[in-house]
Design a binder for this molecule. Structure first.
Ligand SMILES: NC(=O)c1ccc[n+]([C@@H]2O[C@H](COP(=O)([O-])OP(=O)(O)OC[C@H]3O[C@@H](n4cnc5c(N)ncnc54)[C@H](OP(=O)(O)O)[C@@H]3O)[C@@H](O)[C@H]2O)c1
Length: 248
């Protein structure tokens, strides 16, 4: 499936849509939030740290885009009660959710499996895979209230083809691919579309950590890729379902 290159965000194309983005305070999550707000969506920006979320909020508002809502939640420690509270808040305020973008992730460590730090394995699987599972489970009732909802999981090339030393990160992305495909079949008869997307290389903190010797100035900035996410939330992409998408 080919995605449009250099998709141009149209003002108001996502007007009245309510979309939750995880890891919205920086990197690709911030770029996605900016573009969704530019398109007129109300973005619920979820992140673990309120002060960096506030910084991201200022970036969206200073650009003149739709005012977002901040939702501080640490996906490593979040409990079912926290997810229930989020569901209650969304239902009470909007009575529906139109989009859920699972963007937050950690890299873990790059190590062979036989030396992989066990605690970090659990943390990586918790943040990258179990939290998206729980968040999705608790938000499906709100997504079902939308007349056209989308769930998007941020994946990676190592979530589709294994590469040595990518450990828990790679396994978590393979898991997300499986979760998304299972969900897209289970939700086939609903108005919720489910896809995964590999954004490819971007100039973010995660990429810098994974490739410290790389010349970052050669990499595309996250804001050069985020408009594709607006496309995937738009009416134009309403038929895309159960796909393993790639930006590059
Ligand atoms: N950059 C690339 O080249 C690349 C390539 C392929 C796929 N991806 C995928 O694209 C997505 C975005 O990556 P990125 O490059 O923008 O990464 P990034 O700059 O490291 O940002 C990761 C985001 O996840 C958040 N996060 C981490 N742990 C969290 C937790 N416990 N609770 C809540 N939020 C948490 C971070 O918040 P804090 O600021 O608080 O840490 C941050 O907002 C990821 O799913 C990644 O796997 C990236």
């Amino acid at each position: 499936m080919k995605l449009p290159k250099n998709y141009k965000v149209k003002q108001n194309e996502l007007n009245s849509k309510v979309i939750l983005v995880t890891g919205a305070n920086k990197g690709f999550g911030l770029a996605i939030s900016m573009d969704l707000a530019k398109a007129g969506a109300t973005v619920i920006m979820l992140g673990r740290d309120l002060s960096s979320l506030e910084y991201a909020y200022d970036a969206v508002v200073d650009a003149g885009y739709k005012e977002p809502i901040l939702y501080p939640l640490d996906l490593e420690g979040a409990s079912p009660e926290n997810y229930q509270e989020l569901q209650d808040n969304i239902i009470e305020k909007f009575n529906r959710l139109d989009g859920l973008i699972h963007n937050a992730a950690i890299l873990g460590t790059q190590m062979p499996i036989d030396q992989y730090d066990i605690k970090l394995w659990y943390s990586t699987l918790q943040i990258n895979l179990s939290a998206p599972f729980m968040l999705t489970q608790f938000l499906i009732p709100a997504l079902k209230k939308s007349d056209d909802a989308r769930i998007l999981f941020l994946s990676s090339s190592v979530g589709r083809k294994a590469r040595a030393y990518w450990g828990a990160y790679s396994v978590s992305k393979f898991g997300l691919e499986g979760l998304a495909m299972t969900l897209s079949e289970e939700l086939e008869k609903t108005k919720i579309k489910v896809n995964t997307i590999n954004p490819g290389k971007m100039r973010t903190e995660m990429r810098r950590t994974a490739y410290p010797a790389e010349d970052a100035s050669t990499l595309p900035k996250p804001e050069e890729k985020s408009s594709v996410i607006v496309y995937l939330l738009s009416k134009e992409a309403e038929r895309i379902n159960g796909e393993q998408l790639s930006i590059d």
